[in-house]
Design a protein around this ligand. Structure first.
Ligand code: HEC
Length: 79
């Protein structure tokens, strides 16, 4: 929220019109460093505006998102 990621990726990292889904369990910690040097449309976040500590906290948040139930456990969707 504080760093504005939600504006493009959604408050629950679900993705939106301006940014792809990042969770749950969507992005590895190594891939999260994309924020330092994005190669397409995303604005860069240097260590001046987003510390390594805060980036680690964002990763912890993404990991904390509840995983969806397996499709086979949902009667309406089970094969
Ligand atoms: C202005 C919109 C915008 C904001 C704000 C933004 N992003 Fe993004 N992000 C994007 C877009 C668009 C992409 C897709 C690649 C591209 O165009 O650069 C992306 C891609 C990514 C990726 C790579 C995803 C993948 O699967 O390869 C990560 C990780 C990411 N963003 C994390 C963040 C984090 C963390 C923040 C906040 C610190 C943030 N983004 C803020 C728009 C945004």
């Amino acid at each position: 929220m504080k760093n504005g990621c939600f504006q493009c990726h959604g408050a629950e990292a679900q993705g939106g019109a301006a940014g792809p889904r990042l969770g749950p369990a969507g992005v590895s910690f190594a891939r999260l460093s994309y924020v330092r040097k994005p190669t397409a449309e995303m604005p860069p976040y240097t260590t001046k505006v987003l510390s390594d500590r805060d980036l680690a906290d964002i990763y912890a948040f993404l990991e904390s998102l509840p995983k969806p139930a397996p499709v086979s456990s949902i009667p309406l969707l089970a094969p």
